[in-house]
Design a protein around this ligand. Structure first.
Ligand code: TXA
Ligand code: MG
Length: 347
């Protein structure tokens, strides 16, 4: 398949280009487009043949359900059986934005996107290009992250091209995704609501808004064998080809340990992920700076880009520091631990 790459400036959106993408979606095609979290791979959520193409383009297991993207809050009741007052409050506060809500589904939503579950995930993204495409298509758009299954989610158009060129009809180039981590997934069919995937909208923000909020046990006990409630969270994910180890402890000890490891693997291609503040401890080695310790949003935005770079550069062993598991740090550590297959050294 020939993939058409269309560049759209999010500050000066070309309506004709939006129409081209919307038409392809309406006729059952696949369009990758930017959102504020990561790039998504969109198809008409009401067309099982179209959503089937998403699974084959990504190589995604069919039991892993898709998120439906809408462009207006009022569309939720078309697909969700019940919208509780708590859900309404969250939609008011956090939409458009990086929060996905799980509702009981209406029959119009078929098994082909829910993996057979009786619930449906819905999100209203804030990225102007995403919203305009969804609006112009006038359809709910199923869109997982636009990566081949198992790879880190794409935060730049180059990542999408790397994974999906030749497998989709259109890739919309709309620049880098600002947040760089996927949306928070919150199940509002249970009381209290439960976070199934941590993201930019943090536990603390949700608690401030609605009081008690639970976290799926698999997020907290990353070392254990608890099966996650979001089917997609159980798969090996984000993992680079090289072997990644997270090293936790005070700065000096971590640096000493990592430098010993680097020495041990001197015949191999070894890389160190470090914060701006810690990079100097590794001078003379292959260091990738992920952002400032004081700016966890910056760390989040750079994480997937760096994990992908490791593969591009054929890195065999990777060492990364640990980040405090609070606020967005929870999402960062959730993705890092998955990428490391839970390999963590605590000093
Ligand atoms: O930020 C995002 O959410 C991006 C952008 C493109 O919007 N999308 C995204 O989709 O990350 P995906 O398919 O890569 O991840 C969706 C996650 C998976 O872990 C999936 O299992 C879970 O949401 N999920 C979807 N529907 C669900 C449902 N009904 N119940 C529980 N988990 C669900
Ligand atoms: Mg994904």
């Amino acid at each position: 398949m020939d993939t058409q790459i269309i560049k759209i400036d999010s500050e000066n959106i070309d309506k004709k280009a939006i129409e081209v993408a919307a038409k392809v979606l309406a006729s059952g095609g696949l369009v990758a487009f930017p959102t504020e979290t990561v790039y998504g791979l969109g198809a008409n959520a009401l067309d099982p043949l179209a959503t089937k193409k998403i699974y084959s383009a990504k190589g995604r297991p069919s039991d892993n359900p898709l998120i439906i993207h809408v462009s207006r809050t009022s569309q939720v009741e078309l697909y969700a059986e019940e919208v509780s007052p708590v859900a309404k409050k969250l939609m008011d506060l956090f939409w458009p934005g990086p929060l996905t809500l799980i509702f009981k589904r209406k029959p119009i939503i078929s098994d082909s996107i829910t993996g057979g579950l009786d619930t449906v995930a819905i999100r209203l993204p804030s990225h102007p290009i995403a919203r305009e495409i969804i609006d112009a298509a006038n359809l709910p758009i199923a869109a997982p992250s636009a990566n081949r299954s198992g790879r880190p989610s794409p935060t730049r158009v180059e990542h999408v091209i790397e994974d999906l060129d030749g497998r989709v009809d259109i890739i919309v180039d709309g620049g880098s995704a600002a947040i760089g981590l996927e949306s928070t997934v919150l199940d509002v069919t249970v009381d209290p609501p439960m976070i199934l995937r941590p993201g930019y909208v943090t536990l603390e923000m949700l608690q401030d808004a609605i009081g008690k909020v639970d976290m799926d046990a698999s997020i907290i006990q990353t070392q254990s064998n608890v099966i996650p409630k979001a089917p997609g969270m159980k798969y090996r994910h984000y993992a680079p080809q090289g072997s990644l180890t997270i090293v936790e402890g005070d700065e000096e000890k971590v640096a000493k340990y990592i430098l010993e490891q680097v020495k041990m693997y001197r015949d191999k291609k070894v890389a160190i992920i470090a914060t701006d503040e810690e990079a100097h401890l590794y001078e003379g080695n292959r260091v990738y700076t992920i952002g400032s310790k004081t700016n966890p949003e910056e760390v989040a935005a750079n994480l997937f880009k760096i994990l992908r770079l490791m593969d591009t550069e054929g890195i065999e062993y990777i060492f990364a520091p640990s980040f405090p598991q609070e606020h967005i740090g929870r999402a960062v550590m959730n993705r890092l631990l998955k990428a490391a297959g839970n390999r963590r050294v605590i000093l």
